[in-house]
Unconditional design. Structure first.
Length: 294
C-alpha cells in the first residue's frame, strides 16, 4: 500500500482549504476570502484500496506583520519540512507574484518533490495558460506542473493519481474510517467562524475565534453551543448586527453545515464574548492554540 504525507502550501487565498476539501470530497477545512482563515495545521486523510495519503493544509505563507503572522508562517514551514511531497498552490488567474517567489525560495532548500498546482485555471484563457506553464518550467525543476480548479474539481483526481507515483510502500498511519486529525468539537466551532468571516468580510479581523462550549446529542438531534470570541467591543456590534440579524444569519448558515456533517437535526446557540486582555500578545496566541512552537 502506498502511504505518505503531503503538504499544501501557498499564499493566503489561493485555495488551499478548498483544494483539501475537494481532494477528500468532504468539507473539513473552512474557507473564506479573508486572509489568515486557516490558522491551525489541518490533516485530511484520503483512503482508497491501494493508498492512504495524509494531506496537510497549512496557514497561508505571507510577510508577517505581527507575532501571530510569524507563528503561522513557522507552522507552515515546519510541516513542509516533515512531509514526503509538497503541493505548491498558486492562483493562476493572478500569475506568479512576489509572494509566490518568496515561498518558492523557502521551499527550494527542503529537497522534497514539489508539484506546482496552478489553481483557478477556469478563469484564464487556454493560450494564456500554456504561456504560463512554459514560463513556470524555467522557474524551478518542478516534479509536476498541474493546471486545476479546486472549486470546480477540475483535474483534482489527477493530483491523487500523480501523488501515488511518488509515494513508497508502507503501513497505514490512520484507520480507514478516519478523515481528519481534528476533533468534532473543533470542526463544529470552525463552521461558525467560517460564517463570521464570510458574512462580515473585512469588517471583522481574522483573529476572531470560536469555541464550542456545549454539545449534547441523541439519535435524532444535537444541541450545540458556540461562543464567538473577539477582542474589541465595536467588533461585537458588527457580529451581532442590527436587532441581532447578523448573528442570526451566522447561526442559520452554520447550522446547515453542522446538520450535513452530523447527519441529524441541530439546535445551535451562538454567543459573542469580548476578551479585553487579549491585548497581551502571549495570552492571545495561547488562546488561539498558536503558542506551541518555540
Amino acid at each position: 500500500m502506498k502511504t505518505g504525507f503531503v503538504s499544501i502550501v501557498g499564499r493566503p487565498n489561493v485555495g488551499k482549504s478548498t483544494l483539501l476539501n475537494s481532494l477528500l470530497e468532504r468539507k473539513i477545512a473552512i474557507t473564506s476570502n479573508v486572509s489568515g482563515t486557516t490558522r491551525n495545521i489541518i490533516e485530511g486523510i484520503y483512503n482508497d484500496d491501494e493508498s492512504q495519503i495524509i494531506f496537510i493544509d497549512t496557514p497561508g505563507i505571507h510577510k508577517p506583520q505581527n507575532k501571530l503572522g510569524t507563528m503561522m508562517n513557522k507552522k507552515a514551514y515546519t510541516m513542509a519540512n516533515d512531509v514526503d511531497i509538497i503541493l505548491f498552490l498558486i492562483d493562476a488567474s493572478k500569475g506568479f507574484g512576489k509572494g509566490d517567489s518568496f515561498i518558492l525560495d523557502k521551499l527550494k532548500d527542503l529537497n522534497k518533490p514539489i508539484f506546482l498546482l496552478m489553481n483557478k485555471v477556469d478563469l484564464i484563457k487556454k493560450d494564456k495558460l500554456l504561456e504560463q506553464i512554459n514560463q513556470y518550467k524555467d522557474l524551478y525543476p518542478f516534479q509536476e506542473i498541474i493546471p486545476m480548479s479546486a472549486l470546480r474539481g477540475d483535474n483534482v483526481s489527477d493530483i491523487i493519481v500523480t501523488i501515488k507515483k511518488y509515494l513508497n510502500e508502507g503501513e497505514k498511519y490512520y484507520s480507514s474510517d478516519d478523515i481528519t486529525n481534528l476533533s468534532r468539537d473543533f470542526l463544529l466551532a470552525e463552521m461558525v467562524r467560517e460564517k463570521v468571516l464570510q458574512l462580515t468580510k473585512d469588517e471583522v479581523p481574522h483573529a476572531v475565534t470560536c469555541l464550542l462550549e456545549h454539545f449534547e446529542e441523541d439519535e435524532k438531534s444535537a444541541h450545540v453551543m458556540v461562543t464567538i470570541i473577539i477582542d474589541r467591543e465595536n467588533i461585537k456590534k458588527i457580529i451581532i448586527g442590527k436587532h441581532g440579524a447578523m448573528l442570526k444569519e451566522i447561526g442559520t448558515k452554520a447550522r446547515i453545515d453542522m446538520e450535513e456533517f452530523l447527519g441529524k437535526k441541530v439546535y445551535l446557540e451562538t454567543f459573542v464574548k469580548t476578551i479585553d486582555n487579549w491585548k497581551d500578545q502571549e495570552k492571545y496566541l495561547n488562546e488561539l492554540g498558536l503558542n506551541d512552537l518555540d
